[in-house]
Design a protein around this ligand. Structure first.
Ligand code: PEP
Length: 246
């Protein structure tokens, strides 16, 4: 039995007060619930406030990005050890906004994945195709190549002990959700790519998930939870999504 995981990616929103407040509301209502693992991804500068707000609860905290380097002259970057020091257990790698807007290649994503595991963080590897790639029927090839690049770097078993989030780029922040069948098709291809080693790997769906769409997505065989952007900024909506993963 795979324990579901629902993650909230707060992106570049809020301030210390709103971040603490949102985390405190979630802590109050989900702080001791072990049925679904909840992970919050605030901006770097709000990590310590969020960590304090969820102290003594089962809610975990993660960062939205990590440097592939362990330390040194990399102005503006944040290392894995620094994230651990802030109380992080998870980190997002390969989010499509990082791939597209900050030119992160499959190789860079693989190096970041490795940097995360080297310090004991669990990476959530984000993969997904653009609208054009879907229209050209390249979805499964694109996703397989994104995962293969990480397998080449760290090995299959290390990929399998992480979390993978399938996030079609055309569905992120657009209000357009993949149908449960579209999502399941990709999730089952990912499961097949991982083989025996990946039967327990958590595969999340992300892309405009709301409480109204989560139920059907979460009942698909190879969907083990969600990575939620916009809808994770509102406590009640996010909690409703988390409950649907139970
Ligand atoms: C995301 O940021 O990973 C995401 C899925 O965002 P949204 O839910 O807003 O589409």
């Amino acid at each position: 039995m795979i324990k579901p995981l629902v993650a909230g990616n707060w992106k570049m929103h809020g301030n210390t007060a709103t971040a603490s407040n949102l985390a405190a509301q979630l802590a109050e209502q989900w702080g001791d619930n072990l049925a679904v693992e909840m992970v919050l991804f605030p901006p770097f500068v709000h990590l310590s406030a969020v960590k304090a707000a969820v102290a003594n609860t089962v809610i975990a905290v993660g960062a939205q990005n990590i440097s592939q380097h362990s330390s040194g002259a990399y102005t503006g970057e944040i290392s894995g050890a620094m994230l651990v020091d802030q109380g992080c257990d998870f980190v997002l790698v390969g989010h499509s906004e990082r791939r597209e807007l900050f030119s992160e290649s499959n190789q860079t994503v693989a190096e970041k994945f490795k940097a995360a595991q080297d310090v004991g963080l669990t990476p959530i590897l984000c993969v997904g195709e653009s609208l054009q790639q879907r229209q050209q029927e390249q979805t499964l090839d694109v996703v397989a190549a994104q995962i293969a690049a990480v397998i080449d770097c760290v090995g299959l078993n290390n990929v399998c002990r992480a979390v993978i989030a399938y996030e079609p780029v055309w569905a992120i922040g657009t209000g357009e959700v993949a149908s449960p069948e579209q999502a399941q098709q990709v999730h089952s291809a990912i499961r097949a790519q991982l083989g025996e080693a990946g039967v327990e790997t958590r595969l999340l769906y992300g892309g405009s998930v709301k409480a109204s769409s989560a139920a059907e997505l979460f009942t698909q065989q190879d969907i083990n939870g969600g990575l939620v952007g916009g809808a994770s900024l509102e406590a009640q909506e996010f909690l409703n999504i988390v409950k649907l993963a139970e």
